[in-house]
Design a protein around this ligand. Structure first.
Ligand SMILES: *[C@@H]1O[C@H](CO)[C@@H](O)[C@H](O)[C@H]1NC(C)=O
Ligand SMILES: *[C@@H]1O[C@H](CO)[C@@H](O)[C@H](O)[C@H]1NC(C)=O
Ligand SMILES: *[C@@H]1O[C@H](CO)[C@@H](O)[C@H](O)[C@H]1NC(C)=O
Ligand SMILES: *[C@@H]1O[C@H](CO)[C@@H](O)[C@H](O)[C@H]1NC(C)=O
Ligand SMILES: *[C@@H]1O[C@H](CO)[C@@H](O)[C@H](O)[C@H]1NC(C)=O
Ligand SMILES: *[C@@H]1O[C@H](CO)[C@@H](O)[C@H](O)[C@H]1NC(C)=O
Length: 592
């Protein structure tokens, strides 16, 4: 094939794909695309033990009317509906939510002429194997997300994947080849294109806290769209905490009625299903977290007898990391019964869309159990066996519902609990924590707060009295400074992990704790900084030569990804001035 350019530092402007593929070659021929280009899809249909491969291609408008192996029911997803959604969404991205790339060209730049245009003639999606069962809700590593994308100079596109999710990732990359023309229409300047791509880590996510502040279903879906567009595959919803309980639990109706900030700031069972479905159909698995036994004070509003040390003032900090203090009692049969009812209600509604359930377990404050009438002790030797019983009960019920438990690192590393081999341990405090978790043989998620906490550096949200304020000046928060994208990008999930344990690091998440984030600023708090985490998790922290990835190479691509997100109506911040990227990389420093 002729006229492939290998991507060099300067040729990469406006040929951006984020996250960067494992291998990517392209030319510089202009091809236009129209809405009516035919899309063909070969399905692999499995009936019983017989796999019918190489079915004739069907035109995509017929996809949904066919019957598929994963029969669509009201509760689960078919591969057909995922492909159908991916194509419709790609069309919206290419033809409606696109941008004119003037920022990536010199001032005198002229757009390609629409006269004598050559066109994309045909798009083929090729599923190479039958999907595993539950392709939309795999355990880490169960679904192959690799894909290849070929665009020939005469306009034929072939995207191949070993799974429906792989195909979806390929379709996402395809949209990033195109730009909007100011006179209308969409074109690529990159034909021919050859890409082979696969993720480095199998768990790539964003965690959003919707308890400290409330976010509408639309706000949440917008974050999921951006997550999917970054080829992330997990959305962690930290749905309850001490400040509010916005999740409707029909068998315990007062929980949300009284525990939400307002009775109308609630995710109904329908909303909860909508959010999970919206994620799953894009190959994003939602992981719901009910954090416990700490971070539960909002239960007090409906079930005061279950909570110890509720809202101690003014010295709340003796009993909790944040006000209001309060924790589920640790030796109470009522708490056990409550959790059984809660899980019986919630877990069957999680199961159609996810293989995971997160029981939290961070920042449990032992002092709070001195005030717990079922324990009256803060002695670790007294508390530890009770915590073990607490977690065993919870995890047994989660497994009985066919789900895999996830916990925060403290349960393993501070409480020394014996966890099932299946349990995934989410670290946040340090790289040493990751090393310790895998040393103990557990699967780990990374997200060191010094790199991947998106809330940091906003300054304190606590108020200090005039007499003590001077001691807190200039009112930095606990994890200042602000974690800019370069800091996020410099984080290596495998830092400090011995090579023979690296396989236990499943991936990680960027975290959006919401004390100072609400729907007004959430887009720019998360984007484009979480894109940096997405690339580390998809492409790896090191490049093909084993070197740290270059900011100089990444920043024009991230600027372009930011334009794509903005075009998709996600309020992502700029990372540079247009000047920096209009004529090569003008804003680099320290390049010899
Ligand atoms: C889909 O479900 C229907 C009804 O349950 C069944 O008859 C059909 O064989 C299923 N199709 C496939 C491809 O499994
Ligand atoms: C599909 O699986 C095959 C065999 O494991 C592998 O060689 C290939 O890279 C995978 N991905 C694609 C897109 O073909
Ligand atoms: C836990 O509760 C049981 C039953 O009330 C009681 O017998 C036991 O002493 C309690 N354990 C602790 C450590 O307080
Ligand atoms: C866990 O083990 C460490 C080290 O042995 C110890 O300091 C800590 O108190 C233990 N935690 C509990 C809750 O028993
Ligand atoms: C690569 O990045 C790590 C941080 O992840 C840093 O400690 C190391 O010094 C960098 N290596 C080089 C050669 O710059
Ligand atoms: C654009 O960049 C090239 C290469 O660095 C340089 O030679 C040229 O002077 C620049 N043009 C402007 C207008 O800055």
């Amino acid at each position: 094939m002729k006229s492939f350019l290998s991507i060099s530092l300067f040729a990469s402007l406006a040929s951006a794909i984020w996250p960067i593929p494992s291998s990517y070659e392209h030319g510089e021929t202009v091809l236009w695309i129209t809405r009516d280009v035919p899309v063909y899809y070969n399905s692999v249909i499995e009936v019983g033990s017989i796999t019918y491969q190489n079915e004739p291609y069907i035109i995509c408008s017929q996809i949904k009317s066919r019957s598929f192996a994963n029969n669509e029911s009201s509760d689960s997803l078919s591969a057909a509906s995922m492909i159908d959604y991916a194509i419709k969404s790609a069309w919206r991205t290419i033809f409606e939510n696109s941008f004119v790339p003037w920022k990536f060209h010199p001032r005198e730049w002229e757009e390609p002429s629409p006269k004598e245009a050559a066109y994309i003639t045909k798009i083929k999606l090729e599923l190479l194997q039958a999907d595993p069962q539950d392709v939309a809700k795999p355990l880490a590593g169960e679904v192959d997300e690799s894909y290849t994308l070929k665009l020939t100079e005469d306009g034929e596109v072939t995207i191949c994947g070993n799974s429906t999710v792989g195909l979806i990732r390929g379709v996402t990359t395809f949209t990033q080849l195109f730009f909007k023309h100011s006179q209308g229409g969409a074109y690529t300047t990159l034909a021919p294109v050859r890409i082979a791509d696969a993720p480095k880590f199998s768990h790539r996510g964003v965690n959003l806290d919707v308890s400290r502040n409330f976010f509408s279903v639309q706000d949440i879906k917008r974050q999921i769209d951006a997550i999917a567009y970054n080829k992330m595959n997990r959305f962690h919803l930290h749905v309850t905490d001490s400040q509010s309980w916005p999740l409707e639990i029909p068998s315990l109706p007062e929980l949300a009625e009284k525990g939400a900030y307002r009775p109308d700031l609630i995710y109904s069972t329908k909303d909860f299903k909508d959010i999970q479905y919206h994620a799953a159909i894009q190959g994003v698995e939602m992981i719901t977290e009910i954090d416990m036994p700490g971070h539960t004070s909002s239960i007090w509003y409906s079930y005061p007898d279950l909570i110890s040390a509720f809202n101690i003032q003014p010295n709340w900090d003796t009993y909790a990391a944040e006000p209001p203090s309060g924790t589920l009692k640790l030796n109470s049969t009522e708490v056990g019964e409550f959790l059984e009812t809660l899980f019986d209600d919630l877990l069957p509604r999680v199961h159609p869309y996810s293989s995971y359930f997160h029981t939290g377990g961070d920042e449990v404050n032992k002092n709070a159990y001195e005030l717990d009438d079922t324990v009256r002790s803060k002695d670790p030797a007294v508390l530890q066996p009770l915590m073990q019983k607490f977690i065993d009960r919870n995890h047994d019920q989660i497994r009985a519902q066919g789900l895999t438990p996830v916990v925060w690192e403290e349960m393993l590393l501070d409480w020394n609990l014996t966890l099932g081999e299946d349990v995934i341990v989410q670290t946040w405090q340090s790289d040493e924590a990751v090393a310790q978790v895998v040393e103990k043989g557990h699967k780990a998620l990374v997200g060191n707060y010094k790199y991947w906490y998106l809330d940091c550096g906003k300054g304190q949200w606590l108020d200090f009295s005039p007499s003590s304020a001077a001691g807190f000046w200039p009112f930095q928060d606990y994890c200042a400074p602000f974690h800019n994208w370069r800091l996020i990008y410099s984080y290596d999930p495998l830092a400090g992990v011995p090579e023979d344990k690296a396989h236990l690091v499943l991936g990680g998440e960027a975290h959006m704790w919401a004390e100072q984030t609400d729907p007004i600023n959430v887009d720019r708090m998360i984007w484009p900084r979480a894109c940096a985490a997405a690339e580390v998790l998809w492409s790896g922290a090191k490049d093909g030569n084993g070197k740290n990835r270059s900011q100089i190479e990444a920043s024009p691509r991230l600027s372009e990804m930011r334009e794509r997100l903005v075009a998709k109506e996600i309020g992502a911040e700029p990372i540079q001035m247009p000047y920096c990227i209009m004529n090569g990389t003008q804003c680099a420093l320290g390049v010899s």
